[in-house]
Design a protein around this ligand. Sequence first.
Ligand SMILES: [Zn+2]
Length: 357
Amino acid sequence: MLTAPADAPATGPGWKWRAVAERDAEADGAFVFAVRTTGVYCRPSCPSRRARPENILFFDLAREAEAAGFRPCKRCRPTELSLQQARTLAIEAACRTIEAAETPPSLATLAEAAGLSPYHFHRTFRAVTGVTPKAYAGQVRERRATATLRDSGGVTRAIYDAGYDSASRFYDGAKERLGMAPRTFRRGGEGEVIRSAIAESSLGLVLVAATERGICAVRFGEDARALEAELHALFPRARHLPADPAFSELARSVIGRIEQPEAALELPLDIQGTLFEQRVWAALRAIPTGETRSYGAVAREIGQPTAARAVARACAANPVAVLTPCHRVVPAAGGLGGYRWGSARKGELLRREGAGK
Ligand SMILES: [Zn+2]
């Protein structure tokens, strides 16, 4: 929960303050704000006059505001499912449809199933997932190709099985996404637009950053300014912009994943690393929630049984905490082992996932 510092201006940093100040309907469903002086809580878009910032409290859920003794506002009815929430559910359904389909469904088909116009569907899809439906279908297809490659070893067959119409297109995409070719990130994010936000989670502050293709950084920290400095050091040449509503939606999904590991919405990632790191990270993402692996087991998994130390280094270089679950790798000898963001956080993440039960 975020509470207002006494001198916090309603238009100051932080997407929640901005959403409330701008009556941003896109933020409805993400949180509610309560007013100490009236005892009422509202959606961000509520048309009512705004209270002084020092009297405003934020809650992630309506029921948390109720538990704290606040009543729902009669004007904005914050307890009802918001348009935004209904849309998020529709987009999640579309993601599942894309994943289940042999060939990607057309935009018109997906839009119709979601009850939106193609234009609106496209826009909403991007707002919720951070990528276009076409890019999402491309990622799904690539994941299938990678999985088939591992199982069968037959490159060309895997490419056709995954629905690529020409092998060269697969290699074009793979080169880009597997990090085999030097890319913009190697040059400090030159030409990239990166949006970021820092939010509070139960494990401390979290910085979430994304390019137009997906999430590029998730980092824990104790200090917002230090986190911001880290991001700028990682991508010194990128254009850094504040969160817009589409990005805020994405950032909320990330926080949701941290708080509720079982609610695993597949999020688009845009992470750069060496080919070796990419293979380690992909192996980590294949570890089911609630399970752990040893560094050696991951090394065997990627076909390099003697590379346990290099696996540990790749874990330490993981750019997206939790989404690539490097916390699920522990020493074979027992204990938690190291974690880039502290062993206490690692232990807490594993406890929440029910690991070791
Ligand atoms: Zn209201």
